[in-house]
Design a protein around this ligand. Structure first.
Ligand SMILES: Cc1cc2nc3c(=O)[nH]c(=O)nc-3n(C[C@H](O)[C@H](O)[C@H](O)COP(=O)(O)OP(=O)(O)OC[C@H]3O[C@@H](n4cnc5c(N)ncnc54)[C@H](O)[C@@H]3O)c2cc1C
Length: 434
């Protein structure tokens, strides 16, 4: 790292990339760029290496697991107590359970354990300098392009970190995006979230997780490390006053009142129930000259579908793969940024489109009813649906594969139900014979 001191005493350091935000997305990008032999400054405002995101249900979708394998983090995560699991969904047509499939396994590990583990791996990657306890307060520009970040330490001292690329990995309220004037779309959210970790009373389907589509309310049980279960509720806002009045009691009775409820009443809360009332989706253009956004800074989707952590790992990976050739001097940075933008849109655009609409708090629509009901009745539909829900395939392919079969499955179900209704019951049969 080259460090110079300017006439006004401000220090300035040169890197290939300056990444702001030392959480899942930022650490992923830093590790992969470091492995390419590039010099990376990783700036995190939290002072302690053990800092973690507190408001998060922590479930990582199957699509987020391959980047962890690539980063050699899957084994350490499992050794730290990570639990591989699938999700089964309760719907008014019954349980939607896909047939077992190794590729469909997600991952549960509390952020309290996950975040320090991932950060430590980034900090020990050659080429990566982790700057803890520094907050990004300004951007430096050369012409149109962003070319550095002003960071302030806890004593108020400012340093400029210059980089050929600046990366905003600073979450849904990204300061970097705001300072850069990146265009964003904010989509209001009709639900709120409360959740907490409980011990004891583990559901019978553990290690698998369960979610409930109470239409429009939603709930979940995620068994995780240390024999804990994270219970979460995401109701629509008319239930907010009772959750605000007594979050623990409201969460416990909400979960205990679910159909085929998990045994939350037999469990003990191990830390305070936390809630988030406002969680609008935020979609931003993920590149600008000299700048890229990853993770929630690029796209903060509705947490109900548990996609944010996986997308943070994936977008960090896509960015590093897209810009590494340019940062090695093999092509123009603009080309790498374009490649990243295209990949981000191609992989996540369709999913985000589907997720965004449901975040209004609406009830499920007739086409969704068709798919959910058919998936509960037929393992082939369930398998395709699961690949979509775990974000391994996009909506277009899923709809093309499931709609015709769903129509067939439901028509067959209707015929069988009608046939059964027309069959005389055994008692009626006997009296008719008499
Ligand atoms: C209620 C709720 C439940 C959720 N449940 C799930 C779930 O079950 N599964 C799932 O996959 N996702 C879930 N999410 C989403 C998930 O938490 C995020 O998508 C994920 O944390 C995004 O990771 P990230 O690295 O992009 O950003 P973050 O984890 O938000 O990290 C941003 C980092 O940037 C740092 N930072 C911010 N500003 C600055 C600055 N100016 N200077 C320096 N550093 C800065 C912060 O300190 C932080 O470390 C949930 C979210 C919510 C709100």
């Amino acid at each position: 790292m080259d460090e110079t001191v300017s006439t006004n005493g401000t220090k300035s350091s040169d890197y290939d990339a300056v990444i702001v935000g030392g959480s899942l997305a930022g650490n992923t990008a830093a590790m992969l760029l470091g492995r390419e032999g590039l010099r990376v400054a990783l700036v995190e405002r939290q002072p302690g290496p053990d800092a973690f995101k507190r408001i998060c249900s922590h479930f990582i979708q199957a699509s987020g697991v391959p980047p962890l394998e690539r980063l050699d983090l899957l084994d350490p995560i499992l050794a730290a107590g990570g639990v591989r699991s699938r999700i089964q969904a309760w719907t008014r047509w019954g349980w939607l359970k896909a047939p077992p499939d190794e590729a469909g396994l997600g991952l549960n590990l509390r952020r309290e354990v996950l975040d320090p583990l991932v950060r430590e791996a980034a900090a020990s990657t050659p080429g990566v300098d982790l700057h803890l306890g520094r907050i990004a307060t300004g951007l430096v520009r050369e012409g149109e392009a962003v070319s550095g970040v002003v960071v302030r330490d806890r004593d108020g001292k400012e340093t400029t970190l210059r980089g050929r690329l600046v990366v905003g990995a600073d979450g849904r309220d990204s300061d970097i995006a705001e300072m850069a004037g990146v265009k964003e779309k904010v989509i209001p959210h009709g639900r709120f979230a409360y959740g907490g970790y409980f011990e004891g009373g583990v559901p019978e389907y553990a290690p698998d997780s369960a979610i409930w589509f109470m239409d429009p309310h939603w709930a979940a049980a995620f068994p995780t490390d240390s024999d804990l279960v994270f219970y979460a509720a995401m109701p629509t806002k008319e239930l907010l006053p009772e959750f605000k009045r007594d979050p623990t009691e409201a969460l416990t009775s909400f979960v205990a009142g679910l159909p085929e409820a998990p045994p939350i009443r037999e469990a003990r809360l191990v830390e305070p129930v936390l809630g988030k009332v406002e969680m609008p989706s935020r979609e931003r253009v993920p590149v600008a000259p000299g700048l890229a956004l990853v993770g929630d800074a690029a796209l903060a989707a509705d947490p109900l579908f548990g996609v944010g952590c996986g997308w943070a790992f994936q977008s960090g990976e896509w960015l590093a793969d897209s810009v590494a050739p340019a940062l090695r001097g093999e092509e123009r940075l603009e080309r790498g940024l374009k490649r990243y933008r295209r990949t981000h849109k191609r992989k996540l655009g369709g999913h985000e489109f589907m997720i965004r609409d449901y975040s209004s708090g609406r009830k499920i629509t007739p086409p969704e009813r068709l798919l959910f009901s058919a998936a509960c009745r037929d393992q082939k539909v369930a398998a395709t649906f699961d690949k979509f829900a775990t974000r391994q395939v996009g909506p277009a392919k899923t709809l093309a594969k499931t709609i015709p079969r769903s129509i067939y499955v439901n028509a067959r179900h209707a015929l069988r139900s009608r046939g059964a209704a027309e069959q005389p019951a055994p008692a009626e049969e006997a009296s008719a014979a008499r």
